[in-house]
Design a protein around this ligand. Structure first.
Ligand code: ZN
Length: 344
């Protein structure tokens, strides 16, 4: 009696577990059924224990049945598991299917940033005029950024350049002018150099101010360099950048490292000089700062101002790009927005 009850229970368990394995909807569900039936604390293990209570002659029959059930369930489990794996592989093959007969996507070349483009044009121009292109560190010493340019610690010109100071006393260069100092230190006159690069100011950001922007700086040191030389090179530069004849004028301007110093204006392209919103109705647009190198600056870098003199100029590449393309918001240039950049 006891024997046939156990037999029946084993058969019922086998049928039930097999059915549930067949209908399992996931590997997790399948595994749960396996643990419940075949696990160390599963139902079959319980039956094994109970077999101990049977008479020896009954035990053999029940044991056979139990083993058969175990084997059947293990097979059902493997079968179902295999079907899950096949389905998974099929789904993956489906998803990753590639039609090798399709034509390849064409290359999508990027383009240079407009600031890089204008920088390279100006470099090419000055190289053709016999200038070197120099590079300098973006983390500068206070000496190269200020002192050597005739801007000592108590000079008011320091206040006009909101500076990022580093904890070790160095700073992020506020202009490209320190490269002039490094150029004079390294190459003695006669010297012709330009130095493009990235500069930093601790500015509040708006449509016309950025904390990071680009300048180009230039210098020529030789015998008897005059304002006429300066004007020639500046006119050549502006002609190249704007690809047209540009009318310029000089106004006195103060920069500690030049004497005399000038602001160079160009006649407004938009109105041709009659006055408009772009030129604030003056007919002229401020373009760059320049002048003849202050003798103190030459002396500091070990050049005798009695023998040598020169001119220097600096202008914002960022501003030049904005003028050339009519860009009204400086923030677009470093936004990384491809919709903007793809136009160049
Ligand atoms: Zn105008």
């Amino acid at each position: 009696m006891f024997d046939s009850m156990l037999d029946e229970q084993i058969r019922a368990l086998q049928a039930d577990a097999c059915a549930r394995m067949e209908s399992a909807k996931s590997l997790e569900e399948l595994e749960a059924v396996r643990v419940e039936a075949l696990g160390r604390k599963g139902v079959l293990a319980q039956f094994s224990k109970e077999m101990g209570k049977l008479a020896p002659e009954e035990r053999a029959g029940a044991g056979k049945l139990l083993n058969a059930a175990k084997q059947a369930l293990e097979e059902a489990f493997e079968r179902r598991k295999h079907s899950f794996e096949e389905a998974k592989l099929a789904a993956r093959l489906d998803a990753e299917w590639v039609d090798l007969t399709l034509p390849a996507a064409g290359p999508r070349p990027g383009s240079l940033h407009p600031i890089t483009q204008i920088q390279m044009e100006i470099e090419d121009l000055f190289v053709s005029l016999g200038f070197m292109v120099l590079d300098g560190p973006e983390v500068e010493t206070e000496y190269h950024n200020f002192d050597a340019l005739n801007i000592p610690r108590d000079h008011p010109a320091r206040d006009t350049q909101d500076t990022f100071w580093l904890t070790d006393g160095n700073l992020l260069r506020t202009h490209t002018s320190p490269v002039q100092v490094r150029g004079m230190e390294r190459f003695k006159p006669p010297l012709r150099m330009v130095a493009p690069g990235r500069v930093f100011r601790n500015e509040s950001i708006d449509a016309s101010h950025e904390h990071t922007f680009y300048q180009i700086e230039g210098m020529m040191i030789d015998h008897d360099v005059s304002v006429a030389h300066l004007l020639y090179f500046m006119q050549t530069l502006l002609h190249e950048v704007f690809r047209r004849d540009v009318k310029v004028r000089l106004r006195p301007g103060f920069f500690p490292f030049v004497e005399p110093g000038f602001e160079l204006d160009i006649q407004c392209f938009i109105c041709g000089g009659s006055g408009c919103a772009v030129c604030k109705h003056s007919g002229w647009v401020e373009q760059l700062g320049c002048g003849l190198v202050n003798p103190n600056v030459l002396r500091t870098s070990g050049i005798d101002p009695e023998e040598w003199n020169g001119f220097a100029f600096g202008l914002g590449l960022t501003r030049l790009v904005m003028m050339r393309y009519g860009i009204e918001d400086i923030r677009l240039l470093q936004s990384g927005d491809l919709r903007f950049l793809q136009q160049f």
